[in-house]
Write a protein of this length. Structure first.
Ligand code: CA
Length: 226
């Protein structure tokens, strides 16, 4: 399976150049020129890697990185920051914010591809030993963000994976809808509690025989009970 890389860069020439070289190197590329576009898509699909420009029209690249990394559902997606030489101090901040690597403009596309490969190799090695099991049916590979249900890959969205991960990280604990929203969407006002119910409903459907482990605690929220 091809690795899916998201490239978020508002300068079209650079966006096209990076994408072209990643595609040539065998990656599938999704291009975004605003943070808003990226997060909209990211709520529906997952990526193996994000290549992130520091200066974007609608949001600071560092804030994008922070949002990705602070979120248990997406914190395991590596981020490579792209910065201009004059933004050196921001680069340092970017790494503190959890970016996994950076390249400075102007960079050679080959260098970027090499960095992308190296970061992904690092992550796939880490992924092997972080597994959470729920009953006999479900296993979560947190490094790969991959969920297997009775041995088959469940295609979960960002929100569905995030909710499952949150509940599975403390089995038996009850998480309120508010807590889930806070963790996944950073307390974003637009996300209402009903949204969590919709994601849980879809998640249960995708978990097949494993859906019995996700319990609704009336008036409070959700938990996993084996
Ligand atoms: Ca830019």
């Amino acid at each position: 399976m091809k690795e899916k890389v998201a490239v978020l860069e508002d300068e079209k020439d650079i966006l096209d150049l990076i994408s072209l070289h990643l595609e040539k190197a065998g990656f599938t590329v999704s291009k975004f020129s605003t943070a808003d576009d990226f997060f909209k898509s990211f709520s529906r699909e997952s990526f193996s890697l994000l290549i992130l420009d520091l200066i974007l029209p609608d949001m600071d690249g560092i804030d994008v990185c922070r949002q990705v990394k602070n979120n248990p559902g997406s914190s395991s997606m590596p981020v490579i920051m792209v910065t201009a030489k004059t933004e050196l101090s921001d680069k340092v901040v970017g790494l503190e914010m959890g970016a996994d690597d950076y390249v400075t403009k102007p960079f050679s596309p080959r260098e970027l591809v090499a960095r992308a490969r190296s970061v992904l190799r690092r992550y796939s090695r880490q992924g092997g030993d972080e597994k959470i099991y729920i009953g006999n049916e479900i296993s979560i590979d947190t490094g790969k963000r991959q969920v297997l249900v009775e041995g088959r890959i469940a295609e979960l969205t960002f929100a569905e994976y995030g909710i499952l991960f949150i509940l599975a990280s403390k089995k038996g604990w009850v998480f309120s809808r508010e807590k889930i929203i806070d963790t996944l969407w950073d307390g974003e006002k637009a996300v209402i509690e009903r949204t969590v119910d919709v994601h849980v409903k879809n998640l249960r459907t995708k978990l097949g025989n494993g859906k019995k482990y996700i319990k609704n605690v009336r008036g409070i929220g959700y938990k996993i009970e084996e």
